[in-house]
Write a protein that binds this ligand. Structure first.
Ligand code: AHR
Length: 551
């Protein structure tokens, strides 16, 4: 591993080459491992709060048990919605929530979930086949107790925008128009508005985000991109708006399937370039699941364990997740072929790690996994990637909110806990709405053994946003054993004072459970500002937020 002094010598050279200081008076600290240079006047774009979005699918314990406990429950609730969840979410400024899927969306009839509760039908849940023997009935057979009214009410309680995903695979476009009419037509204007009012919701929900199918290349219909483009045109043409601009989100590619992005946009534009204007965002899904280090591409074989892992598995997960930056840049590049001015943005509406079963907090909950410190670091890294591309990423939705993959919360009956991932969202909320500014991280890479071959991973990265006179800087130190001491240089202003919050633990496997809720929680740390810039020691395996007051 490079020693601190060697690195200093090299980074001094680098500084001369690529970071020629604008303010020659800036003094660079000696004896630090790394440097973070924030170029305050290099504005990347506004960080849309929607990047801090969530995803709640009607899947196993996400809705029933996770969000919905019922109006007659002894568990504290607000109109049937778990109160502890509502209270916790207030702390993270949740901008938007996607519902009801995921794959579930393309099997869902929204009509089943509205109207008198005792008349709502029970339907076989899309995910029924994967449910464990001990799963409760609500996980197998959708009682439709939590439908459009309850979901939009939940969104209102937590201050988020609803994002509804429509069924393209198994319902006609007419149902899509009527769902929009039910949600958005003004009070008293239509029969569906009357139906909404009869349920207690006189005023329209004003839903502005509408997903047109989900993973239409797979569970959403096995379409080719060309076939899907035809469906997309049909679903989105001449949809009444009721005064609310509808932002249609097209089902996008799986990971690096550039041909989907290209094929969809080319086919859409066949009817004229104007057609592209009907797309607000193009979805992108990326799960970090293959921890086999190149041994297999098999979906089941390739997955790793959520809680039992070695440092090499830690780095492997981060490598897989780090592909997100390349995916964003790659799809953006392909999108520019049809849309050179980039009216269409990326909507990363599913992201997170995906492990093999076995770590569920509630045994039998399908796709539920136990987030550890590794997932917190993964999540901080991913949010930093989104922050670094604010002109490209208009929305992102972590998969999924509760009792599922990269969950912020775990709940079962009266038990509830905030996971390390939930704490990362609370820390990063400070970025929302800020001006993303360029932050250059220079730190020695981490070197490790990957099955007998030397491998490397970057040593410190993050993102920065400006909020008037406050700079928010978040950073991830992925090194499982070494701290990184870094000097923060802000070009264009001096730092007067600052504060730091760190999320870490002595054990990289640390996690919060129903019994031990405080194993991984953010801690305030001292931040000393010497001269014009602070020097901070980023602990190993950590996520950090610095808030710097600029002069
Ligand atoms: O998040 C779980 C599933 O993963 C979603 O339903 C689907 O869209 C994706 O394949």
């Amino acid at each position: 591993m490079m020693r601190r002094r060697d690195f200093l010598r090299r980074s001094a050279g680098l500084a001369a080459l690529s970071f020629a200081p604008k303010f020659s008076s800036l003094a660079f600290a000696q004896n630090v491992d790394a440097r973070i240079e924030v170029v305050l006047d290099d504005v990347l774009g506004t960080i849309f709060p929607d990047i801090y979005g969530h995803f709640a699918e009607n899947l196993s314990g996400v809705i029933y048990d996770g969000i919905w406990v019922g109006e007659n429950s002894k568990i504290p609730h607000v109109n049937g919605i778990r109160k502890e969840l509502v209270d916790e979410m207030a702390k993270i400024k949740p901008a938007v929530v996607r519902f009801p899927g995921g794959c579930f969306a393309d099997s869902y009839d929204w009509r089943d979930g509205v109207g008198p509760v005792d008349k709502r039908p029970r339907r076989t849940n899309f995910w029924n086949g994967g449910e464990a023997a001990q799963a409760p009935d609500t996980h197998r057979y959708d009682p439709n107790r939590f439908g459009t009214n309850e979901f939009t009410h939940f969104c209102r309680l937590i201050g988020a925008q609803p994002y509804l995903a429509a069924n393209v695979r198994s319902l006609p476009a007419e149902q899509f128009y009527q769902w929009i009419e039910y949600c958005n037509s003004p009070a008293g204007s239509t029969t569906l508005a009357d139906e909404r009012a009869a349920a207690g919701y006189k005023e329209p929900f004003n839903v502005k985000y509408w997903g047109v199918g989900n993973e239409s290349w797979g569970c959403g219909g096995n379409f080719t991109p060309q076939e899907y483009a035809v469906e997309f045109r049909r679903f989105t043409t001449w949809v009444p708006e009721y005064g609310e601009k509808l932002n249609f989100i097209a089902s996008g590619s799986n990971v690096d399937d550039w041909s989907w992005t290209r094929g969809f946009l080319e086919e859409l534009a066949q009817k004229g370039k104007g057609m592209l204007r009907s797309v607000y965002g193009l979805a992108l899904h990326h799960y970090a699941w293959n921890l086999s280090r190149g041994r297999t591409q098999d979906w089941n074989e390739g997955k790793g364990d959520a809680v039992k892992f070695e440092p090499v598995d830690w780095y492997e997960l981060l490598r897989e997740g780090d592909r997100m930056e390349h995916l964003i840049q790659g799809h953006w590049q392909v999108m520019s072929e049809q849309d050179p001015h980039h009216a269409i943005k990326l909507v990363v509406d599913e992201w997170g790690p995906w492990y093999r079963p076995g770590s569920e907090a509630t045994p039998g909950d399908q796709l539920e996994q136990m987030p550890t410190l590794r997932d917190a670091v993964f999540s901080g890294m991913t949010l930093d990637i989104f922050n670094r591309h604010p002109e490209k990423v208009a929305m992102a939705n972590c998969a999924q909110l509760i009792n599922c993959l990269n969950s912020l919360y775990l709940a079962h009956e009266n038990k509830f806990v905030v996971t390390p991932v939930g704490h990362v969202f609370a820390m990063y909320a400070a970025h929302q709405g800020g001006e993303g500014v360029r932050a250059e991280f220079s730190a020695p890479a981490i070197h490790y053994d990957r099955d007998g071959k030397a491998a490397a991973f970057w040593g410190l990265r993050g993102s920065a946003s400006l909020h008037g006179k406050e700079l928010v800087l978040t950073a991830v130190n992925p090194n499982v054993k070494d701290a990184v001491q870094a000097q923060v240089v802000t070009r264009g202003a001096r730092v007067n004072s600052g504060k730091a919050v760190v999320l870490t633990a002595a054990d990289i496997h640390a996690r919060n459970t129903f019994e031990q809720k405080q194993a991984v929680v953010p801690q305030a740390r001292d931040l000393e500002v010497k001269g014009q810039s602070p020097v901070f020691t980023f602990p190993p395996a950590s996520v950090t937020r610095l808030q710097l007051s600029l002069g």
